[in-house]
Ligand binder design. Structure first.
Ligand SMILES: CC(C)(COP(=O)(O)OP(=O)(O)OC[C@H]1O[C@@H](n2cnc3c(N)ncnc32)[C@H](O)[C@@H]1OP(=O)(O)O)[C@@H](O)C(=O)NCCC(=O)NCCS
Length: 197
């Protein structure tokens, strides 16, 4: 493992670089799912901006000599609800009060309520769990321990927040990804299936 690799929280100033990495992640993942398609209108900057500013996920970056090698994005769920895990940048707060945003917030609140009532029979709903939403290491930086480093950092971050169970999802065709997670101690506990009709 390279000793000069450091880990830090992502900032808004990383938006452009992170968006490029996200696009690479999505394009790479597409190869593992023949039904996946990236929309022509896909706006990765907008997506990453929302991740960075919603306060509901935590981004850690691994870097070497100021070059970003990869990232991991984490969140915490209490029952079916996403917890706030990062602070919103104060200068962005007022922008949240556009009428359209308010309407969107009301709609998403309503949808959340509906979703929760559907989910209310889940026996897990009171558990507080960690979730690894996304992880990506640049192709040229792989198999040098960067993934290990970011994952250990994530585990510590979760432990400090009293999270004792972590979930994640991977595409079943992503054999390198699944092997990586198994090396990190994860095991498959549920199989998500589909068919075309
Ligand atoms: C999966 C990924 C995160 C691994 O990152 P990495 O920095 O190359 O991993 P590391 O070098 O830290 O390897 C950690 C362990 O996983 C194993 N591993 C890494 N890549 C592997 C691969 N392609 N196949 C099998 N095992 C692999 C390593 O051998 C190592 O095992 P060890 O701890 O016993 O030595 C990286 O390949 C990646 O970003 N892939 C594309 C995105 C992706 O698939 N994300 C995760 C799935 S949701």
């Amino acid at each position: 493992m390279d000793s000069e690799i450091t880990i830090r929280t992502a900032q808004l100033t990383d938006l452009e670089e992170l968006s490029e990495l996200y696009e690479k992640l999505m394009r790479e993942q597409m190869a593992f799912d023949r039904f996946a398609q990236i929309l022509d209108s896909a706006d990765f900057q907008k997506l990453v901006f929302s991740y960075l500013t919603s306060g509901k996920s935590k981004f850690f970056l691994a870097e070497k000599n100021r070059e970003i090698l990869g990232f991991i994005r984490l969140s915490i769920y209490s029952g079916a609800k996403l917890e706030r895990v990062d602070t919103l940048k104060p200068e962005l707060v007022w922008k949240k009060f556009y009428p359209r945003r308010i309407l969107r917030k009301i709609l998403s609140w309503l949808l959340n309520r509906i979703e929760k009532s559907i989910d209310s029979s889940l026996i897990f709903r009171q558990l507080r769990v960690g979730y690894i939403a996304d992880m990506f290491i640049k192709q040229e930086a792989r198999e040098r321990g960067v993934g290990n480093l970011l994952t250990n950092h994530a585990f510590n971050w979760f432990r400090e927040r009293k999270v004792s169970m972590i979930y994640l999802q991977a595409l079943s065709e992503n054999h390198p990804g699944v092997s990586f997670w198994k090396r990190q101690g994860f095991s498959i506990f549920r199989v998500f299936m589909r068919r075309e009709i």
